[in-house]
Write a protein that binds this ligand. Structure first.
Ligand code: C2E
Ligand code: MG
Ligand code: MG
Ligand code: MG
Length: 282
């Protein structure tokens, strides 16, 4: 009797497991063709300078529009893209497209803004990655200082020696470097001093409750002060309220990015957004 039950449970278990496997397999197959089938879509989230109130630039965020009409968020497919190596062609496509859009905005009469692009650890590990960046800049005709590459704190500290060399080469090209998701990783601040980076992005988890949560506030304050003392600028991510904006302004945070100043939006919406904001600020 117990054996039978156990057997059943095992049956249910393996069934659930294999349906997970099937799901994963289907997603992997779909992702393999997503670039050529033009199912990947870039959104752009404004970054606003707190001292001027002007739009500083935008972060490029990837979405996957599947053939059955679903929109899949990056948290759901980037990990799989990384495990399978598909992030290499996908990431390259994102970099090219982002720079092309930036050029399109300039052609539409906007001033040259800073376009940020997320890099996966795998891309960052490619020894010839700086060549890829040079080629994309040349092909799209945007200036190096209009491109910011974001790597996570976690990626940056994985292999410090490699990071120092790779970031040095990228900075020599003239692009900007931001450390993403700052604060949730190892959080030893000493290594920041060793790396040639321009900007630190405070993770939304510290900003979302910073008004109610004194720890969040203390961490934001410490990161801003430390970054400034190292000559780095700070972008706070996940700003959703005016209260957070005002507190960050008080703490002399350089820039904010969050739903309060704008959700991730299509490239055309971003052009319209920019024009609207500019009319406001004057
Ligand atoms: P990230 O680079 O830290 O991007 C910021 C994430 O915070 C975005 O999520 C954005 O929509 C979200 N966010 C922005 N403002 C707010 C806010 O006010 N409140 C809240 N709750 N969330 C906010 P998203 O677009 O889902 O992207 C998630 C992550 O996926 C990104 O985190 C990044 O690590 C990764 N990702 C996105 N696009 C790419 C890409 O092209 N390449 C790579 N390698 N990773 C990407
Ligand atoms: Mg999301
Ligand atoms: Mg990012
Ligand atoms: Mg982030």
């Amino acid at each position: 009797h117990t054996k039978e039950n156990g057997g059943n449970r095992l049956g249910i278990y393996t069934e659930a497991l294999s349906s997970k496997r099937v799901e994963r397999f289907n997603m992997e197959t779909g992702l393999r063709y997503a670039v050529e089938r033009q199912e990947l879509v870039l959104h752009f989230q404004p970054q606003v300078s707190l001292s001027t109130g002007k739009v500083y630039g935008a972060e490029t965020l990837l979405r996957w529009h599947t053939p059955d009409g679903k929109i899949i968020q990056p948290d759901e497919f980037i990990p799989l893209a990384e495990e399978t190596g598909l992030i290499i062609p996908i990431g390259q496509w994102v970099l090219e497209q982002a720079c092309m859009e930036c050029k399109r905005w300039i052609n539409a009469g906007m001033p040259a803004l800073v376009i940020s692009v997320n890099l996966s650890a795998l891309q960052f590990q490619q020894e010839h990655f700086p060549d890829i960046v040079r080629k994309v800049l040349k092909d799209t005709g945007i200036q190096p200082h209009n491109l910011c590459l974001e790597i996570t704190e976690y990626t940056a500290v994985q292999n410090l020696e490699h990071s120092i060399r790779m970031l040095g080469e990228l900075v020599d090209i003239g692009v900007k470097i931001a450390i993403d998701d700052f604060g949730i990783g190892q959080s030893s601040l000493l290594w920041l001093k060793k790396l040639p980076v321009h900007t630190v992005k405070i993770d939304p988890s510290f900003i979302l409750n910073m008004i109610e949560d004194s720890d969040g506030d203390a961490i934001a304050k410490a990161v801003i002060e430390m970054s400034h003392s190292l000559g780095l600028s700070v972008t706070a991510e996940g700003v959703e309220t005016e209260g957070q904006l005002m507190r960050l302004q008080q703490l002399q945070c350089d820039r904010i990015q969050g739903f309060y100043t704008g959700r991730p939006m299509s490239s055309d919406h971003f052009i319209a957004y920019f024009q609207e904001i500019s009319n406001w600020v004057g």
